[in-house]
Design a protein around this ligand. Structure first.
Ligand code: 3HC
Length: 310
C-alpha cells in the first residue's frame, strides 16, 4: 500500500495524469465520481430549460442552432457518464441516484426560461460561466475527465457565441426586445455566479480537490474571472448587470461586485428552487419512457454476443 500511495503522490506532485488502471486512494475516486456525476447530470437536466423553447424559436435558423446546442448537451452528458464509468460506477445507478435526490446537478438549471431572450442569456452567461469553470478542468489530474473536457469546452465556446450573437440581434431590434433582454439578464446574473459553488470558506471539497489537481482554481477565483470577463461584454451589448456594486478596482486589478444571496443558493441546493421538482419529475418520466429503448439495445447486444460466442 505504501508504495502505491507513494507512486500516486509522486504522479500528482509531478502534475501527471492518473488513469483508470492506476491505483488511486478511495477518497480520490469518490470525489471524482461525485463531481463528474454532478457534471453529467447537469448537462442532461440542462437540456430541459432550453428545450422549452425549441418549438417557439422565432426562425428556422434559431431553431436549428438551439436544436444543435441541446443535442450537444446530451452528448456532453454521455462523455461525462463514460468518464465516470471508468471509475467503476454505472450510469444507470447514477441516474437512479439523481432521480432519488442522492446526487446533485447544477443549481442554475432550477430556474425557469420565461422568455426567448433567456435562450441568448443562458448561452452568454450560463455557458460562459461553464467555460470559466471547465477550461481548468481540461488540466484535471484524472485523464478521462480532462480529455472529456477538451471536446466539451470546444462546443461550449460555440454555445456562448451563439447566445451572445442572439442577444446582439435582439439589442439591435425594438425597445420591447431590448427590454426582454435586460429583464432576462436581471433574472440570470446572480444564479450564474452561484454556478461556481459556495464561497471558498464554505467549500468542504475545494482544498482537497486542489491538492489532488482535480480543481486548479478555487470557486471564488473562477467566479472573479467570470465577472471580469462578463462586465465588458455587458457594456458592449448595452445591458446593465443587476449589481450596483460592480466597479473596477485598480488596486486589485479586478472588478468588485456585490454579495451573492447564499441563502437562495442553499435553498435551491436543498430542493426549494423554482423548478427543482419539475426538473426531476421530467427526468424520471424520460427515464421511464426510455426503458424500452434500453431493454431493446441490451437484448440486441446480448444476441450479438451470443452469435460471436457461437
Ligand atoms: N449547484 C449544485 N451543487 C453545488 C453547486 C451548484 N452550483 N456548487 C456547489 N455545489 C455543491 C457541491 O457539489 C458540494 O456538494 P457535495 O459535496 O454534496 O457534492 C457542495 O455544494 C459544496 O461545494 P464545493 O465547492 O465544496 O464542491 P466542489 O469542490 O465540487 O465545487 C463545483 C463545486 C465548482 C460545481 C464543482 O463540483 C465543479 O466544478 N463541477 C463540475 C462542473 C459543473 O458542474 N459545472 C456546472 C454545470 S455544467 C453546465 O453548466 C453545462 C453547460 O453546458 C451549460
Amino acid at each position: 500500500m505504501d508504495d502505491l500511495q507513494t507512486r500516486f503522490d509522486e504522479t500528482i506532485a509531478a502534475d501527471q495524469r492518473i488513469e483508470p488502471r492506476d491505483w488511486m486512494p478511495e477518497a480520490y475516486r469518490k470525489t471524482l465520481v461525485r463531481q463528474i456525476a454532478q457534471h453529467a447530470h447537469s448537462e442532461i437536466i440542462g437540456m430541459q430549460p432550453e428545450g422549452n423553447w425549441l418549438l417557439r424559436a422565432p426562425s428556422l435558423r434559431r431553431k436549428a442552432i438551439l436544436l444543435a446546442k441541446v443535442q450537444d448537451e446530451a452528448g456532453h452528458g454521455m462523455y461525462l457518464y463514460s468518464a465516470a464509468e471508468t471509475l467503476g460506477v454505472d450510469r444507470a445507478d447514477l441516474t437512479e441516484m439523481l432521480i432519488e435526490g442522492r446526487q446533485r446537478y447544477s443549481s442554475i438549471f432550477n430556474y425557469p426560461t420565461l422568455s426567448y431572450a433567456d435562450i441568448g442569456v443562458i448561452g452568454w452567461l450560463v455557458d460562459g460561466a461553464a467555460i470559466c469553470n471547465q477550461v481548468p478542468l481540461c488540466r484535471c489530474s484524472y485523464g478521462p475527465y480532462a480529455r472529456a473536457m477538451i471536446r466539451i469546452c470546444k462546443e461550449e465556446s460555440f454555445h456562448q457565441r451563439q447566445g451572445y450573437e442572439l442577444l446582439l440581434a435582439m439589442m439591435r431590434g425594438t425597445d420591447a426586445q431590448r427590454a426582454m433582454v435586460q429583464e432576462s439578464v436581471d433574472r440570470w446574473w446572480w444564479p450564474s455566479l452561484m454556478m461556481f459553488g459556495p464561497p471558498d470558506g464554505d467549500s468542504p471539497n475545494t482544498q482537497q480537490s486542489m491538492a489532488w489537481n482535480i480543481k486548479r482554481h478555487t470557486n471564488d477565483e473562477l467566479r472573479q474571472r467570470f465577472v471580469d470577463m462578463t462586465v465588458p461584454q455587458a457594456e458592449a451589448l448595452g445591458v446593465t448587470l443587476p449589481d450596483p456594486e460592480i466597479r473596477w478596482n485598480e488596486e486589485r486589478q479586478a472588478h468588485d461586485y456585490g454579495e451573492v444571496d447564499w441563502t437562495e443558493f442553499k435553498a435551491v441546493l436543498a430542493g426549494a428552487g423554482p423548478c427543482n421538482a419539475q426538473r426531476i419529475a421530467h427526468r424520471r418520466r424520460a427515464h421511464e419512457n426510455g426503458a424500452w429503448v434500453r431493454e431493446a439495445a441490451t437484448a440486441y447486444a446480448e444476441k450479438q454476443s451470443r452469435k460471436v460466442a457461437a
